[in-house]
Design a protein around this ligand. Structure first.
Ligand code: GDP
Ligand code: MG
Length: 162
């Protein structure tokens, strides 16, 4: 069976946009409105000649549970089923309480985590990414999922974690 990579994070941080970058095509649904990916969706991906599965997660049950509980529930399921996790944070917003809650889940799960500091669309965003060292998850990888900046380095780190 192929190794499984889960992509987790708050609504609207750019998880589905990143998944599309990883796939090299547009398949995961991207929306300005949070909570559009209604369930976990699995795709097959390849990088540097290695194949793996990538799981996009979304805000399912968000309406029932509220955002925090929904993000936690989604992350918990996805982390459990994964060999490695990409944790996506919106570096233009910085770490929120919900992000900190996910960090706790990630610590408890003990799976390898690659930290994606997303929405670093240019060099001026780099300091925002560096702020995310404070999460204690190691190096924040500055990425623009929208433009593709930094995604190669992120995927190299993913392959090491898988
Ligand atoms: P998800 O809810 O985490 O899956 O987030 P989406 O992938 O649906 O993206 C939410 C919004 O953020 C969309 O408007 C995306 O175009 C935007 N977005 C995603 N990645 C980036 C990025 O790297 N830079 C910028 N500026 N916007 C982004
Ligand atoms: Mg999504």
């Amino acid at each position: 069976p192929l190794p499984v990579l889960a992509v987790v994070g708050r609504p609207n941080v750019g998880k589905s946009t990143l998944v599309n970058r990883i796939l090299g095509r547009r398949e995961a649904v991207v929306e300005d409105r949070p909570g559009v990916t209604r369930d976990r969706v699995t795709y097959e991906a390849e990088w540097a000649g290695r194949r793996f599965k990538v799981v996009d997660t979304g805000g399912w049950e968000q309406d029932v549970l509220g955002i925090d509980a929904a993000v936690a529930a989604q992350a918990e399921f996805a982390i459990e089923a994964a060999d490695a996790v990409v944790f996506v944070v919106d570096s233009t917003v910085g770490a929120t309480d919900t992000d900190e809650a996910v960090v706790k889940l990630l610590r408890r799960a003990g799976k390898p985590v690659v930290l994606c500091a997303n929405k670093v669309d240019g060099p001026t965003g780099e300091p925002d990414a560096a702020m995310l060292w404070s999460l204690g998850l190691g190096e924040p990888h500055p990425v623009s999922s929208l433009h593709g900046r930094g995604t190669g380095d992120l995927l190299d780190a993913v392959l090491e974690a898988l």
